[in-house]
Write a protein that binds this ligand. Structure first.
Ligand code: ATP
Ligand code: MG
Length: 227
């Protein structure tokens, strides 16, 4: 049985900019198993965000394939891709991306509402409790610290119980102590069976992961160990 949650095969992504072609990903092959915690590092411009966006189905690769739970998402029509992303994938950004007019609880409810579902209040409260913010449900983002906002973003990403969580520099805007809290939460998620893939510049953040992959110029420097 293949227990890989995400499988990336010969992934390439290039962009045309002002008549020139920029190659962001130049043939990346890797896989992420269930419950694993992987850090992706590499210099600025090495393709880390592009890899995450393509693996999460937020962006289409130029060629190659991405399998999530055995489904090749690069072959899906937009409507099916959107549904698969909602059901199986969570994404957290450095800049939190919370909606300022909504409370913490309403932000966590957003993925459900976008899917036309009405989440049970208990489900929303459980997600906020999981990130230690049960008592901030009715706060708007402006009334929360940076670390608290990132924890709301995490709660939103995990409330739908995704198979895999992609996080692009999730601790980039946080102080060391708050970063540790968020990294601890990511680790805890893997023990609950979620797969976590995190881009980071910070070696001490990467140290929380089981495996660190390094990208340079769109290629993988250190291949994933067999597992
Ligand atoms: N939408 C785009 N249009 C054109 N070029 C792009 C686009 N997105 C990324 N690139 C280029 O692809 C390369 C990889 O970008 P990417 O954002 O993946 O790097 P990164 O490793 O995440 O860098 P950073 O650490 O600075 O976030 C860069 O050279 C970038 O300029
Ligand atoms: Mg980036």
């Amino acid at each position: 049985m293949n227990d890989d949650v995400v499988e990336v095969r010969d992934l390439r992504r290039s962009y045309r900019v002002g008549g020139r072609t920029v190659t962001a990903l130049d043939g990346v092959r890797l896989s992420f198993g269930r419950g694993t915690f992987t850090a992706v590092t590499g210099p600025s411009g090495s393709g880390k965000s592009t890899l995450l966006q393509c693996a999460a189905g937020l962006e289409r690769p130029t060629s190659g394939s991405v399998l999530i739970g055995g489904t090749d998402i690069t072959r899906l029509r937009e409507s099916r891709l959107t549904r698969l992303r909602r059901d199986r994938v969570g994404f957290v950004f450095q800049a939190y991306n919370l909606l300022p007019a909504l409370t913490a609880e309403q932000n966590v409810a957003l993925p459900f509402r976008l899917a036309g579902r009405r989440p049970a209040p208990a489900q929303l409260r459980a997600a906020l409790a999981a990130v230690g913010l049960a008592d901030r449900a009715h706060h708007r983002p402006a009334a929360l610290s940076g670390g608290q906002q990132q924890r709301v973003a995490l709660a939103r990403a995990i409330a739908t119980h995704p198979d895999v969580l992609f996080a692009d520099e999730p601790t980039g805007a946080l102080d060391a102590r708050t970063a540790e809290e968020v990294l601890g939460l990511l680790r805890q998620m893997t023990t609950e069976g979620h797969t976590v893939v995190m881009v980071t510049h910070d070696p001490s953040a990467a140290a929380h992961a089981d495996t660190t992959l390094t990208l340079t110029s769109g290629r993988l420097l250190s291949p994933a160990p067999p597992g």
